[in-house]
Write a new protein. Structure first.
Lengths: 351, 351
C-alpha cells in the first residue's frame, strides 16, 4: 500500500474560497488516491460545498475556526492576531506533524511570515525563498526567489541554488538540474557583488551542483537552464513582466484576428490551434508557488485560481512529499556544508 | 527653411556594418529631409555602398579612419586605445559641435564609456541611463535604466524619472507623462531603500513630475504609465525577459498552427493577421536605446538591426534634436533643483 499523504488545506484562502478551494481538492483526490485532507475554515460555509462533493467529504476532516486572515493584513499583524486563523491552524498541523503539507490561496505575506515562524527554517538555510515552475522552449524550468527577499547576498543565492536544484529533481523530474544565475550579461565581470560572489562559489571545484554560469532575461523562457537563481526583487519583476507580456501578445493576437474578414475566417479554422496555444501557456498549470527552505512543505496557490489551478497547487505539494523534498534538502545542505568546509580549509599537507 | 540636422554616424558599428548602417541612413534621409550625415569609417569599404546609394552620397561626407572598436572590447580598453576609432570620432564630432547627434550600432559598453567621457554629463545629473521605448496595451512607453547602472540610489532614480519624462515628451509626444517606479508591490512599505526613498521624493508637494506611484512587472506592458523607472539590473532583466517571452509565444503559436490540417488551413487565412501581429511587435520599430543624462544626443542601435532598424534608431536621434531634448533636460534639472532646494530649506518665516 502506498504511503498516505495528509494535506492541511486553508479552505478560506482565495478570491472564491471556499468553493474553488474545495472543488480543487476534489479534483486532486481523483488524481492522487493517496491524499487525505484536513480542511481548516468556517464549518457552516464548508458543509454545503462538501455535500456536493461526497468523495472529498469521505476523505476529509474539518477543523472549524471562524477566523480568516484578510487579503490586506500585514504579515506582522497576521502573526500577532491570526493565531486562530484557518491559515495559521493549517500551518500548525504541519508543524505538529499531523499533516505533511500545507496549501493556501490566501495572503502571501502572511502565509510566508506564519510558515517561517511555525515551521522554522531548515538548519543551514538562512532565508526562505518563493519558487515556481514556468513553461520554456525546452519544457519547464523553476525560478527563485520570486519575492520573499528584496535584498540577497551571495550566500543566500548559493542556498537558493541548492533549493532550486532539489525542487527541479523532486517536482520537475530532472536528474542533474542545470543551474543559472540571472545577470545582465554572461561575462564574469558583470553584475553586482552578490551575483559575482555566488558565481565564484558555485564554480568552486567539488561544488555539488551543476552550474551553467550567468544567464540573462532571454534565457528564462529559452529554457537554457533548469533553475534560474535570482534575488526576490528581480525574480518578482521578471515573473510579472513575463505574465504581462503573455497578456499583451494574447490581446494583440485577438486584435489581429478581428482585423479583416479573411482573418475572421482564419480564426474559425485556427480555433483548435489557438486553444492548444492557450493550454501550453495556461497559468493554472504553473499554479503553486512554493516556499522553500522551511522545515515543512508549504505551497501558495494564486488567490484567483479556479478548481484546476488549486488542484495543481495541491499536486506540487504531493510531488514534493512523495519525492522526498525535505530529505533531499537535508542531504543537499550536508553536501554543501562539507564542500564549503573543504573550500575554507586550505590544503596544508606540509604542516 | 527647416533647421538642418547633422548626424555623426559610426558606419562600422553593427553585425552587418557598413552595409546595413548605410542602407538605414539612406532610408532615414527619405523620411527626414532635414538630415545630413558625417560617416565615420573605412573609406574604401564605404565607397562601394555609397555608389549604390546616390541620395545618401549627396548628403554625406566621409571622415576616414581604419580603426574600429571590436564587439568584445572592454569599455576601459576602448577608452584607452580607441581614440581614433570610428565610434570615438563620431562622438567627438558631437562633443565639438560639428554634429547634433551620434548614432552607433557598435559595442554598447564602449559607446557608453566614450560618450560619457567625451560628451560629459549634463550639470545636475550624476549618471547616464539607457532608455528605450516599447509597445504596450495603450501605445508606447519608455523604460530606464536598461543596464548602464547595476546599482542605483534614490537620487539616481529621481534623476532617471526626470530623464524619462523629457524623453516621453520629446520622442513619444506625451504632454504630461505619467511616471511609475518599478517595484514588487504597490504598497508603500514594499521594496528596497532606493525605491522607497525615490517614491518619497517624487511624492513631495510641488515636485515637478506627474508621479503615479509604484508599478509592478505586469504594468510594463499594460501601459499603466508612460515612463517606467528602475535600476539598470532590474530594467535589463525585465526588458530581456519580455523579449524572451515574445519569442516563446511566437514559437508556441507557430507550433500550434503546425498541429493539425485544420490549423494549417487556418494559418493560410490568418497570414495577414499574423503579419499584422508581427508588425505591432516588430523589434525594429523599437530599435534605438538612448543614453540619457549626457550633454549630447547619443543613440545606440541593436548591432543586429537591418536597414529599417537603423533608420528607426536615427529617427529617435532626430526626434530628440527637433523637439529640443537637451534644452528641456536643462529646464527640467532647473525645476528639480528649485523644488529640491525648497524641500531642503524649511519654511522659517519667524527667523
Amino acid at each position: 500500500m502506498r504511503q498516505r499523504i495528509i494535506i492541511a488545506l486553508d479552505a478560506m484562502g482565495g478570491d472564491h474560497a471556499p468553493g474553488s478551494v474545495l472543488q480543487g481538492a476534489n479534483l486532486a483526490i481523483e488524481r492522487f488516491p493517496e491524499v487525505d485532507f484536513i480542511l481548516f475554515g468556517i464549518e457552516n460555509e464548508l458543509r454545503p460545498h462538501l455535500a456536493l462533493l461526497p468523495k472529498l467529504a469521505s476523505r476529509s476532516s474539518i477543523t472549524h475556526t471562524n477566523e480568516v486572515v484578510s487579503g490586506d493584513a500585514k504579515p506582522s499583524q497576521a502573526l500577532r492576531s491570526g493565531r486562530r486563523s484557518s491559515m495559521r491552524l493549517a500551518i500548525d498541523a504541519v508543524a505538529e506533524g499531523r499533516a505533511d503539507c500545507v496549501v493556501s490561496g490566501g495572503n502571501t505575506g502572511a502565509l510566508m511570515a506564519m510558515a517561517k515562524m511555525a515551521l522554522r527554517m531548515l538548519p543551514g538555510i538562512d532565508r526562505p525563498a518563493m519558487a515556481s515552475s514556468f513553461p520554456t522552449m525546452r519544457g519547464e524550468s523553476v525560478m527563485l526567489d520570486l519575492g520573499a527577499n528584496v535584498e540577497c547576498d551571495a550566500e543566500n543565492l548559493v542556498q537558493f541554488a541548492l533549493m532550486g536544484d532539489v525542487f527541479a529533481r523532486t517536482v520537475l523530474g530532472r536528474t542533474r538540474p542545470l543551474i543559472g544565475l540571472l545577470n545582465i550579461g554572461s561575462e564574469e565581470l558583470k553584475g553586482n557583488d552578490a551575483v559575482r560572489g555566488a558565481s565564484a562559489r558555485l564554480q568552486q571545484p567539488g561544488f555539488p551542483l551543476h552550474f551553467h554560469g550567468f544567464v540573462e532575461g532571454t534565457d528564462i523562457t529559452a529554457g537554457t537552464v533548469d533553475v534560474i537563481v535570482t534575488d526576490g526583487f528581480t525574480g518578482n519583476v521578471a515573473l510579472k513582466t513575463a505574465e504581462g507580456t503573455v497578456e499583451l501578445m494574447t490581446e494583440f493576437t485577438r486584435a489581429a484576428f478581428r482585423y479583416s474578414l479573411l482573418a475572421r475566417i482564419g480564426y474559425l479554422f485556427s480555433k483548435g490551434a489557438l486553444a492548444k496555444l492557450r493550454e501550453r501557456l495556461d497559468p493554472r498549470a504553473y499554479n503553486g508557488a512554493v516556499f522553500l527552505g522551511l522545515d515543512g512543505i508549504a505551497v501558495k496557490s494564486h488567490g484567483s485560481a479556479d478548481a484546476v489551478g488549486f488542484a495543481n497547487a495541491i499536486g506540487v505539494a504531493v510531488d514534493m512529499k512523495i519525492n522526498g523534498f525535505l530529505e533531499k534538502m537535508r542531504q543537499g545542505i550536508a553536501a554543501l556544508a562539507s564542500s564549503g568546509s573543504l573550500m575554507e580549509k586550505p590544503q596544508s599537507a606540509s604542516l
